[in-house]
Design a protein around this ligand. Structure first.
Ligand code: 13P
Length: 288
C-alpha cells in the first residue's frame, strides 16, 4: 500500500476509541522494524521524523524515498503515513514537496497570531495536495532535537482558534514531557484534556511524550479523545540497551559478531518489542 495522509488513520482511531502510534525513525533499521511490527500486528502506523533526523539521514528526499521503497519492498499492506514531527515553517513545505504525506507544523513557540497565520498557510498547501496537518499550542515539556518546551497546559481558547485554521489533528500540552518523566512528575492533566477536547471541533488529539506514561493514564487519555501517541525515547532506550548487553557480553568479539547487521540486531529486537507493547496498549492491533 502506498503512503497515505494520516487523516483517515486518525479519524478512524478517534471513532473507534483507540490510538495509533507515531514512532520516530532515525535510520533504515528503525523504519524497517516499525513497519514490520505494524504489519505483524495489522496496525495502522505513523512514522514520525524530526528535522534533526531528516538532516541525519541525508535530507527530506532520502527519507521519503527510503520509506516509500521499504513499504513497497516489504509488501506492507497496513496504512502508513510519513509524518514530519515538530516541523518548522520552511521544513513543512520541503517535507510535502519531497513526498511526506503528513506534517506537524509546530509554531507553538511563536506569538499566537503568527502561529495561526503560518498554520493556515501550511494547511492550504497540504490540503491542496490531499495531505494532513497537525499543529500545536502549549509547548510540550522537555527537550527533543533542540526543541525545548516547559510543559505548559494548553489554553482551550487557543486550541479552538488553532482548530479553526482547518488542521486535521491537534497537539496540546496537558502536562506531558518529551523524554523520561522525572520522579516527581504530576501526571497528565485530564481536566485540561477534557477542556481541550470540548474546544477543538471534535478533532483527533495528539499526545506527545508517550515514553513512560503509565498504561492507566494512556487508557484514560484515549477515552478522552487522544488518537495519536508519539513515542521516541522508549525505542531509543531499548535499542541502546540491547546493543549494550551484546557488547558487554563480548559478542562483538566472537567470530564476525562485529558485522553491523549482527551488532545492531539485538537493538532492533528490543525496539520491536517496545512497538508491539505500545500497539497493544494503544489498542490499534487489527485496526488496519
Ligand atoms: P518521547 O521521546 O518522550 O517518547 O516523545 C516523542 C514525541 O513526542 C515526538 O514528538
Amino acid at each position: 500500500m502506498a503512503l497515505i495522509s494520516a487523516k483517515s488513520i486518525l479519524d478512524n482511531a478517534r471513532d473507534g476509541h483507540y490510538a495509533v502510534g507515531a514512532f520516530n525513525i532515525n535510520n533504515l533499521e528503525w523504519t524497517k522494524l516499525i513497519l514490520e511490527v505494524s504489519e505483524e500486528k495489522k496496525s495502522p502506523v505513523l512514522l514520525g521524523v524530526s528535522e534533526g533526523a531528516v538532516k541525519y539521514m541525508g535530507g527530506f528526499k532520502v527519507v521519503a524515498d527510503m520509506v516509500a521503497a521499504l513499504v513497497e519492498s516489504l509488501n506492507i499492506t497496513v496504512p502508513v503515513a510519513l509524518h514530519l514531527d515538530h516541523g518548522s515553517y520552511e521544513g513543512s513545505f520541503k517535507a510535502i514537496d519531497a513526498g511526506f504525506t503528513s506534517v506537524m507544523y509546530d509554531g507553538s513557540h511563536l506569538p499566537l497570531e503568527e502561529n495561526l497565520q503560518q498554520t493556515r498557510e501550511v494547511v492550504k498547501y497540504a490540503h491542496d495536495r490531499g495531505l494532513s496537518v497537525e499543529a500545536e499550542v502549549g509547548s510540550i515539556g522537555g527537550e527533543e532535537d533542540g526543541i525545548v518546551g516547559l510543559g505548559e497546559l494548553a489554553d482551550p481558547v487557543e486550541c479552538q482558534k488553532l482548530a479553526d485554521t482547518g488542521i486535521d489533528f491537534l497537539a496540546a500540552g496537558i502536562g506531558n514531557i518529551h523524554g523520561k518523566y522525572p520522579e516527581n512528575w504530576a501526571g497528565l492533566h485530564f481536566e485540561r484534556l477534557a477542556e481541550v477536547k470540548d474546544a477543538s471541533n471534535g478533532l483527533p488529539l495528539v499526545l506527545h511524550g508517550g515514553t513512560g506514561i503509565p498504561e492507566d493514564q494512556i487508557t484514560k487519555a484515549i477515552d478522552l479523545g487522544v488518537s495519536k501517541i508519539n513515542v521516541n525515547t522508549e525505542l531509543q532506550l531499548a535499542f541502546a540497551e540491547g546493543i549494550r548487553e551484546y557488547i558487554e557480553a563480548g559478542k562483538d568479539l566472537e567470530g564476525k559478531g562485529f558485522d553491523p547487521r549482527k551488532l545492531l540486531a539485538p537493538g532492533v529486537e528490543a525496539a520491536k518489542q517496545v512497538v508491539r507493547d505500545k500497539i497493544d496498549m494503544f489498542g490499534s492491533e487489527n485496526k488496519a
